[in-house]
Design a protein around this ligand. Structure first.
Ligand code: FAD
Ligand code: NAP
Length: 335
């Protein structure tokens, strides 16, 4: 029989360190507990590492903390290995394990906080790799139906920081495991300038996944605030995309503007640049602020509330809209 906890403090379970409470709470350790949880009528939410949420109040209903663990090798051929990974495994721990096994595919995603089960939800990405590139399938428990669903990669509607789990199936499922297809003869991706520069400095001409992961870890430690020291949830906003015509017009007006072509007629603009140019980098009001080295990261210097951070986000959105006529979209889930 499962035993729920009540009025559970969440400050240490979200990387913004917001001191909210969960009305009801359960630490999920075993798949056999799911049918009984399904029968509890409370509205259910799933918590992984709490690194992509902003709590603006207490969490009503039942919060289920995913602690499902285990990695299983399902099979292999000459080129690939298929691994089924329980959703409560820590993402970075999994990345390190794949490198130990000599497998390639997730090295660019090293040091991303959170759980394996959350990775497909926003199709985590960094340094030119998205997790969709290596996901074979996702298995989830459907709360109302009380049954498992399996989504092949093509069913997940993966897009830039998007998936079917973030939209159509939001709060209806608990992802129980993710199956990855990883390469035995990896081809690494080093297109991002910071990685190239680091590898060059280290004199590495032919990088393997370990060298790329080490570069990513080094760069991230320098650039990003560690949530253990300063509360944050990584990038608060997505990078907006605009039409090539709109981009050319803005570039003409401003003199220069960074952008990356992501299709025949679409350009991705770094949101960090828009926020910095709008004067927000290093801004602080009370304990809510914009990080001074990475303008895409909102930070809690200590006692900021979720509302203060959400209000700051809204002010940033408004000023970017007014200055560039570009709408910023939030990446972090507001609870
Ligand atoms: P949580 O914050 O616990 O949950 C996020 C959402 O997913 C919630 O809606 C939750 O209900 C849902 N959810 C979680 N687990 C499950 C499950 N098993 N089943 C169903 N729903 C679930 N993201 C990137 O994409 N790229 C980066 O480079 C990156 N860098 C970051 C750096 C820092 C310093 C921080 C703090 C965050 C960063 N992030 C990045 C964001 C974040 O780490 C990822 O989105 C991560 O996948 C969130 O995992 P989590 O377990 O913490 O999810
Ligand atoms: P960066 O390397 O300084 O680049 C700034 C922005 O320009 C990034 O957002 C990136 O878009 C884009 N970019 C840079 N080089 C590119 C290239 N060669 N091709 C296409 N786009 C390019 O970025 P950063 O802030 O230090 O972050 C490094 C990587 O980690 C990025 O991929 C970023 O998304 C990821 N990251 C994500 C989070 C999060 O919470 N989501 C937090 C920290 C870092 P993309 O963002 O689309 O890659």
């Amino acid at each position: 029989m499962i035993v729920l906890e009540h009025q559970v403090p969440l400050e240490s379970l979200n990387t913004f360190h917001i001191p909210a409470q969960a009305a009801h709470f359960f630490s999920l350790q075993d798949l056999s507990q799911l049918p009984e949880l399904s029968r509890i009528p409370e509205k259910k939410r799933v918590l992984g590492g709490g690194s992509n949420i902003l709590l603006t109040g207490d969490v009503e209903g039942l919060l289920i903390h995913n602690q499902l663990k285990g990695i299983r090798r399902l099979g292999e051929d000459d080129d690939f290995v298929w691994l089924e990974v329980a959703a409560g495994e820590q993402w970075h721990g999994f990345v390190v394990q794949t490198i130990e096994w000599g497998l390639g595919g997730v090295e660019n995603l090293a040091l991303i906080p959170g759980s394996v089960g959350a990775a497909p939800i926003q199709n985590i990405g960094a340094y030119g790799v998205e997790v969709k590139d290596v996901i074979h399938s996702v298995t989830a428990w459907h709360w109302d139906a009380g049954t498992y669903l399996t989504f092949a990669n093509a069913d997940c509607a993966f897009d830039y920081r998007e998936s079917v789990f973030k939209r159509t199936w939001k709060d209806q499922l608990l992802i129980t495991s993710v199956t990855f297809r990883l390469a035995k003869r990896p081809e690494v991706k080093t297109s991002y300038g910071d990685i190239q520069q680091y590898l060059r400095q280290c004199g590495v001409d032919q990088p393997d996944p370990r060298a790329v992961a080490e570069a990513v870890i080094h760069i991230r430690r320098q650039k990003l605030p560690d949530p253990a020291n300063i509360g944050n949830a990584g990038s608060f906003f997505k990078n907006p995309t605009i039409s090539l015509d709109a981009f050319e017009a803005l570039k003409k007006e401003l003199g220069s503007m960074p952008g990356y072509n992501i299709g025949p007629n679409m350009v991705k603009i770094p949101a960090a640049w828009l926020i910095e140019q709008s004067g927000w980098k290093g801004y602080r009001k009370g304990d809510a602020g914009v990080h001074d080295r990475q303008a895409l990261v909102l930070v809690n210097y200590g006692q900021a509330t979720g509302w203060e951070l959400a209000t700051l986000a809204a002010r940033i959105e408004q000023s970017v809209q007014e200055r560039y006529n570009i709408a910023l979209e939030r990446e972090v889930n507001i609870w």
